[in-house]
Design a protein around this ligand. Structure first.
Ligand code: HEM
Length: 524
């Protein structure tokens, strides 16, 4: 038999065998293609609807660290309807945040970004793109560049001195102080003076401002179940969204008032001159009709200014003061390390004045203490979430588009494969000749990334690091620290609280004992 195909006369057996061979080749290629796609990462089975949310507990970073030991360094979970992947080793974090960083440069949508941060018009939640880049540049130039940091140094040092004054008063009264609270007043006021020319706490502080900032920091740290389970979103079971909306209105009203006062030159709440602060610089840009991205329709607006200021308070206050509190607690637990730190401070600074920022580069041992504290007690143990804008392959696993990424910076910094005696507080590991002498905190060493890494690394890293170092150095240089009667340094409770930020479960209370010459404490 013969068959006619496109006018050709082909024998039927030949045609059939050609078709059979083609079909077989297609099938083999299809199977090979299927096999080439990497598997999804492993992870524990979750519950219906809620997925793995009920298994996380309050100390999510600890649970995820344990799961990583079982399932490996790329862990796949489901938070409600969101697929989440957790990076649990330095090598895997590097693949996500260096090799594939461009694909993970946006953050997943969430209620904080929508209801508090002016519908993602800020820096923290803004989708990756020209607008986000421009907003980051505005911060970088006006507050976080080396020059801006130096210009604003007076605010930080002044607040550190005021902290010392209040601690001397407590010493005279023989009352123990909450070290984290004292540090928080210092870091928040330092930032708020630089940002809006106002002190949040203390004399001259605006009460409204303080209340709003405290609540913004608190609400910003809550994990909202409605973000992961769409069916629960409208119910708002924790009442988080309702609080956010109310708080947003209060913050917005307050900022509108501050901006109006600035524009009319009225002086109701402004305790600093306001010259040279970030708000003044940003309002000048609005006045000049400056474009963010160069486009005509993309002028910087009052909303951009308010969103940016909000970011600084949420991202830059508790993160900074919690590290100071952990550092002082570690030093109380390790009197030999505290003594060595004080000897270095005395040699560099002397005993007749307080620490200044210009002393910091010469404090080799003290800088190692700061690194070691960030290693064991990173303020944001799971960094901030990112989201895959494209699919990719990491460590042999397929990561689909839309997957949320958490990087367990807390767990990675305790990996025994990377850190000898990982649970021991040993600043010397960062000293010349130590096992990690060249490691820094700036996102290049993936075993230690408390500020994140890649394009969306912490925008306030330089400010945060300086503020943490100068505040801690001031506390350690100006005072000896004694625990309240009955507490032993080696038994100090070092438990972590239930929170997205790494707070202490039991706030550190201690007696400051002045140790410098009396003239050092003469603070105007
Ligand atoms: C010292 C303590 C601080 C720590 C440990 C810290 C940590 C972080 C981390 C882990 C991220 C996410 C990075 C990533 O996605 O890879 C981040 C983002 C951010 N941080 Fe910080 N931070 C600190 C202080 C500050 C300060 C003082 C400010 C501002 C005054 C600030 C402003 C920001 C902003 C604006 C972002 C968002 C960056 C973006 O999405 O482009 N942070 N921070």
């Amino acid at each position: 038999m013969r068959s006619e195909l496109a006018g050709m006369d082909i024998p039927l057996p030949l045609l059939l065998s050609t078709l059979a061979i083609s079909a077989t080749i297609c099938y083999v290629l299809f199977r090979a293609g299927k096999r080439r796609r990497a598997p999804l990462p492993p992870g524990p089975r979750g519950w219906p609807v809620l997925g793995n949310l009920p298994q996380l507990g309050g100390k999510m970073h600890q649970t995820l660290h344990e799961m990583t030991k079982v399932y490996g360094p790329v862990l796949r979970l489901r938070f409600g309807s969101s697929v989440v992947v957790v990076a649990g080793s330095a090598a895997v974090a590097e693949q996500f945040l260096r090799t594939h960083d461009a694909k993970f440069s946006s953050r997943p949508p969430n209620s904080g970004g929508e209801h508090m941060a002016y519908n993602y018009q800020d820096v923290v939640f803004a989708p990756y793109g020209p607008r986000w880049r421009a907003m980051r540049k505005v911060c970088a130039v006006n507050i976080f560049s080396a020059r801006a940091l130096d210009d604003l140094r007076g605010f930080r040092e002044r607040e550190a001195a005021l902290m010392v004054r209040s601690l001397v008063d407590a010493a005279k009264a023989r009352v123990p102080v909450a070290v984290g609270k004292a540090a928080n007043v210092c870091t928040t006021n330092g930032l708020s003076r630089a940002a809006v020319g106002l002190r949040v706490f203390g004399s001259g502080g605006a009460r409204d401002f303080k209340e709003i900032v405290l609540e913004v920091m608190e609400v910003g740290g809550v994990l909202n179940v409605g973000d992961f389970v769409p069916a629960l979103r409208w119910l708002d079971p924790q009442g988080v969204v309702a609080r956010m909306k109310k708080l947003h209105r209060r913050f917005d009203d307050m900022m509108n008032r501050i901006i109006a006062e600035r524009r009319t030159g009225a002086k109701t709440t402004v305790v600093e001159e306001g010259k040279g602060d970030l708000l003044g610089l940003l309002l000048a840009m609005v006045q000049e009709d400056k474009s963010l991205t160069g486009g005509e329709e993309d002028k910087i607006t009052d909303t951009d200014v308010k969103a940016l200021i909000l970011n600084l308070f949420v991202a830059g206050t508790e993160t900074t003061s919690s590290i100071v509190e952990w550092a002082v607690a570690e030093l109380i637990r390790h009197p030999d390390i505290l003594k060595q730190a004080q000897e270095e401070l005395d040699a560099v600074v002397g005993c007749d004045r307080l620490v200044s920022e210009s002393d910091l580069p010469r404090l080799t041992f003290f800088n190692a203490i700061i690194k070691e504290t960030f290693r064991l007690h990173p303020s944001t143990p799971l960094s901030l979430p990112r989201m895959a804008s494209e699919e990719c392959e990491v460590a042999g696993y397929h990561i689909p588009r839309g997957t949320e990424l958490l990087v367990n910076v807390w767990g990675i910094a305790r990996d025994p494969a990377l850190w000898p005696d990982p649970l021991e507080y040993q600043p010397a590991r960062f000293l010349p000749g130590g096992s990690h002498e060249n490691v820094d905190l700036k996102g290049g060493d993936f075993g230690l990334i408390p500020f994140g890494a890649g394009r969306r690394i912490c925008a306030g890293l330089s400010w945060g690091l300086r503020m943490v170092t100068v505040t801690t150095a001031t506390l350690v240089h100006s005072f000896d620290w004694e625990l309240p009667a009955g507490q032993m340094p080696d038994k100090l409770n070092m438990e972590e609280a239930f929170s997205l930020l790494l707070q202490r479960a039991v706030p550190l209370m201690a007696h400051p004992v002045p140790r410098l010459l009396p003239s050092a404490y003469e603070i105007a």
